[in-house]
Design a protein around this ligand. Structure first.
Ligand code: BGC
Length: 524
């Protein structure tokens, strides 16, 4: 399935994995790198071609590891550098690339840089962003609205306020300081030297602050990204930079630069609209958004996704759309987090196989490279009782035992509990049983990945008009995709008379789709 004329990430299928929840090799109740390495055979079988690993840096773990206390280390519970190199080697041997999160915007307040910066007269003071006047940068929005009302926090030792776009235990680095820019670039080199294939640049829009702006997407941020990209091109060709920028389309597009910033960017705007379309029996919102999706520079690629380790963000939709999404998917206030919904794919869709498969089929055929979230391939559930976003980060369910086969530790020592409810517990949802069942969700997802034409990653796209708002129809090069976002069986005109995959039927150019049915058509 590889096309040598294309960069690897344009035909890749990514899989996002939280090391701490995937597989525990040493029985301490925390997943680790060796555990993940042992599961590479499963990932190869599933057919994914790249993994994205959530942060593995030493961390107080008050924000899932996004609170870094050392850029040049590995959290001891996860293993050591040998384990990491082994993971990369073994993954490469199976044709799987490895990218990791890299947290550019902030550190933990436990990072020695911050501890030093707080001290009176410290030479590191300007490694972070300080003020005596907390009305500075007042136009910047607060992102974690459930827990914070300001982006400034008072530091007793420093006698000043420090800037933080996320939790107040995560001070933002000061990118106006060249020493910071260099230290971060060097930390990237440190990891890339181990053979990594890419970095997900976490929270990348917020690197610089300027009065009178919303402190997002500033020209200075783009200038720094160009520097990083030029370092990658010179020193690490083939490595991919993936921008996490939850922004409106026009601002998001800027992260590709002129093909001289990030190679990839998550397509945040399209994601919630897929859920809105399913909830409202109307694919128009998706069709419109796609039609408005601009061309991106050569060699660049969208990263498309349904769910991830965060809340399903609703920051970038209109207030009417947001209300409709909350109504449909988060009836219980405990399901809401910040401006979003902290639930997994299967429970969001009421466990409806037709909808889960439809969204997978659409995900795999949208322009871009799909990123699947661990556990969604088997239809894992969530646990909204757990704090913050932990409810969507519970242990991977490998087998039907109560501990789900992910760890031999006493369950009371599990870092996070296994989902235990009737519908989504391991006795109902697990890799072992689903692998043995050719009609399972896992088998269906695996087939989809196997059937996915590489052209879905690389071909130009065009939104078609199938004559029914309930159907999304797109041309992808020689292929046509038709997806029925409604509960009614429908017949529309958009066929190509040849079948690749799906559960509809084709007669001439007339296509019949069952409720939530879909078709991939084209040169089989
Ligand atoms: C990550 C979140 C994290 C936040 C702050 C985000 O972009 O995806 O999980 O909480 O950055 O670090």
């Amino acid at each position: 399935m590889s096309d040598d004329s294309e960069p690897w990430y344009r035909t890749a299928v990514f899989y996002e994995v939280a090391v701490h929840s995937y597989a525990d090799s040493n029985g301490d109740g925390i997943g680790d790198l060796q555990g993940l390495t042992e599961r590479l055979a499963y990932l190869e079988w599933l057919g994914i071609t790249a993994i994205w690993i959530l942060p593995i840096f030493p961390s107080p773990m008050r924000d899932g590891g996004y609170d870094v206390s050392d850029y040049l280390g590995i959290r001891p519970e996860f293993g050591d550098f040998d384990d990491f190199r082994t993971l990369i080697e073994q993954a490469h041997r199976r044709g799987i690339r490895v990218i990791t999160d890299f947290i550019v915007n902030h550190t933990s307040n436990q990072h020695p840089w911050f501890q030093e910066a707080r001290l009176p007269g410290s030479r590191k003071r300007d490694w972070y962003v300080w003020t005596d006047d907390p009305s500075t940068y007042s136009e910047a929005r607060v992102i974690f609205v459930d827990t914070h009302t300001s982006n400034w926090a008072w530091d007793e030792v420093a006698g000043q306020y420090y800037w933080h776009r996320f939790f107040d235990h995560q001070p933002d680095l000061n990118y106006d300081n060249p020493a910071v820019r260099d230290a971060i670039a060097d930390a990237m080199r440190f990891w890339l030297d181990m053979g990594l294939d890419g970095l997900r640049l976490d929270a990348v829009p917020y690197l610089f602050e300027r009065e009178g702006t919303n402190c997002e997407n500033l020209p200075e941020t783009h200038a720094y990204l160009k520097e990083i990209r030029s370092m990658i091109d010179d020193e690490y060709p083939g490595v991919v930079l993936l921008a996490e920028a939850n922004q409106r389309p026009e601002d998001l597009l800027a992260y590709f630069g002129d093909g001289d910033e990030c190679h990839m960017a998550f397509n945040f705007p399209i994601m919630p609209l897929l859920f809105l379309a399913v909830a409202s029996d109307d694919a128009t919102v998706v069709a419109k958004e796609l039609a408005a999706t601009p061309d991106i520079p050569r060699g660049c690629q969208w990263s498309v996704f349904l769910r991830n380790h965060d809340e399903l963000t609703l920051e970038m939709v209109t207030s009417t759309q947001r209300a409709a999404l909350y109504d449909a998917y988060a009836p219980d206030p405990a399901m809401r987090k910040n401006v979003g919904i902290r639930r997994r794919l299967a429970p969001l869709l009421n466990g409806d196989r037709r909808k889960i498969e439809l969204l997978h089929a659409v995900l795999l055929s949208l322009p871009g490279s799909p990123v699947m979230y661990y556990g969604d391939e088997i239809g894992m559930g969530d646990d909204i009782v757990l704090p913050d976003r932990d409810g969507v980060r519970t242990p991977m369910q490998w087998n039907p035992t109560p501990s789900a086969g992910w760890s031999d530790a006493d369950p009371t020592h599990f870092y996070l509990p296994v989902v235990s409810d009737d519908a989504y517990g391991p006795n109902r949802v697990n890799v072992h049983d689903e692998r043995a069942d050719e009609h399972s969700l896992l088998s269906a997802v695996r087939n989809l990945i196997a059937m996915r034409p590489p052209a879905f990653g690389t071909a130009a796209f065009k939104v078609l008009n199938p004559g029914d708002p309930r159907v999304l129809a797109i041309a992808r090069g020689e292929f046509t995709v038709a997806a029925n976002f409604s509960s009614a069986p429908l017949t529309v005109r958009c066929g190509t008379d040849s079948y690749v995959a799906g559960n509809g039927t084709i007669k001439g150019n007339s296509v019949s789709l069952p409720p939530y049915g879909w078709l991939w058509m084209g040169p089989a």
